[in-house]
Design a protein around this ligand. Structure first.
Ligand SMILES: [Zn+2]
Ligand SMILES: [Zn+2]
Length: 431
């Protein structure tokens, strides 16, 4: 008898979730969870709760539910459910900026689960790995996993996965200041997301893509378009209690005001974005806010405040192991301490800049210049090393002395250099 009532609560929760009445849905799911005594029923309800918490940006709660799923699936001794729980945990850890833990769980999904190469689990796990390596600023590995995920998406005709891959790729190129390529990827993601109708479970992707599009438009000086898209995304995010998108929109508004030197208007928006990011547990977003505020302080000639914020950004980026952000902070601190004639400290930061550039392999294999310092079109090679697009022409050479127009491409200079100096090639395991 009690079980019937519990299931009724669960069904009601699903209906409410479909109507996007998240709070009400959660109440029903909570009641169902307390009463259900069959582990498979419990697992299914917890799955819905993970989805709701993910939509709301309550990542700590996603993790709690995923861990309860793991316990339930353990008791059921069902491998497919155990993998699903592991994947849900990986997803939550990624959002919380616990990239290494998330990667370990993804690898567990792929290694112990051995899902078929062309299965949704494999596709989404590679997507999650791509997102994690993007978080760790490992561009090469993130591109590799997005590529695999994209392949699965195409074979399975999974437009949600395809959209998410473009979103991830756009973010990678955006982080390397290649706004044009980022825009291409975000535009592809947007085209796909537009096809999702209002009742599609992933209609939220539209506003997630839009806010990233707005960021790029802002960087490309298309401010009116950026504002328009961002205002629309904010409106929809407020209607849907979508906290992560609200935070990104506020940050974007702040950045636009900063570019206009209107720091008074920018400041409260940075603060609101930061408090939402603290509430959701999204440390990457917190870092982006601190970075923007540091630039604001520098532009307003408040060097002490700029130093303080960059130091704060540096320690958070170290916690996250986000090396591109560490690089940015060291670069700025190097300049700031130099401005204050504190040469010794400045030199230390300069040393870290050079070290990180080497670690991140951010030198174009062809011309040797640093990648990601200024807005420039980039090109990934089949090995996922990145070079300037303008340097691509130097990788082609005529095949013979005949006048045939056929050309053969030279191998990637970075790979060739690494294999000749180090005969042990890089392994394929991303532990
Ligand atoms: Zn180059
Ligand atoms: Zn290479």
């Amino acid at each position: 008898m009690g079980q019937k009532i519990a299931k009724r609560h669960a069904d009601k929760g699903v209906c409410l979730y479909r109507q996007r009445l998240f709070k009400e849905a959660l109440t029903e799911f909570e009641i169902a969870c307390r009463k259900l005594d069959k582990n498979d029923d419990l697992f299914a309800v917890l799955n819905y709760m993970c989805l709701v918490y993910m939509d709301l940006g309550r990542y700590h709660d996603v993790l709690v539910c995923a861990k309860r799923q793991a316990v339930a699936s353990e008791r059921l001794e069902q491998k497919s459910l155990q993998l699903e729980a592991t994947f849900n945990m990986a997803r939550a850890y990624e959002r919380l900026g616990e990239y290494r833990t998330s990667i370990a769980l993804c690898n567990r999904c792929l290694v112990t689960g051995k899902p078929p190469e062309m299965s949704p689990l494999s596709g989404y796990t590679h997507l999650c790995l791509g997102d994690n390596f993007y978080g760790l600023s490992d561009v090469k590995k993130s591109l590799k996993h997005y590529d695999r995920s994209s392949h699965v998406a195409r074979v399975l005709c999974d437009s949600v996965l395809e959209c998410r891959v473009y979103l991830g790729l756009g973010q990678v190129f955006e982080s390397l200041q290649d706004h044009v390529t980022a825009l291409q990827h975000f535009s592809r993601a947007s085209e796909i997301a537009r096809q999702f109708t209002a009742d599609h479970p992933c209609e939220k992707l539209q506003r997630r893509v839009d806010v990233e599009l707005a960021v790029v438009y802002g960087k490309l000086g298309r401010v009116a378009e950026a504002l328009e898209i961002c205002e629309e995304a904010m409106k929809v995010a407020l209607c849907n209690a979508d906290r992560p998108v609200q935070a990104r929109c506020l940050l974007n508004f702040a950045e636009i005001h900063r570019e206009r030197h209107d720091y008074q208007t920018a400041y409260p928006r940075y603060q609101s974005a930061f408090s939402i990011a603290v509430e959701t547990g999204d440390r990457k977003c917190q870092l982006d806010v601190i970075s923007g505020m540091a630039l604001s302080a520098f532009d307003a000639q408040d060097l002490e405040q700029a130093i303080e914020l960059n130091e704060k950004g540096l320690s958070l980026s170290k916690e996250l192991e986000s090396k591109l952000e560490m690089l940015t902070c060291h670069r700025r601190l190097c300049d700031l301490y130099m401005c204050l004639d504190l040469h010794e400290i400045s030199t230390v930061h300069g040393f870290h800049v050079r070290q990180l550039l080497r670690e991140l392999q951010l030198h174009c294999g062809v011309c040797g210049d640093v990648i990601g310092e200024k807005d420039e079109k980039l090109r990934p090679l089949p090995c996922y090393h990145i070079i300037h697009e303008r340097c691509l022409v130097h990788l082609y050479r005529p095949t013979s002395s005949t006048s045939l127009p056929l050309q053969r491409r030279r191998p990637c200079p970075t790979c060739r250099h690494r294999t000749s100096s180090n005969p042990v090639s890089e392994g394929d395991v991303d532990a």
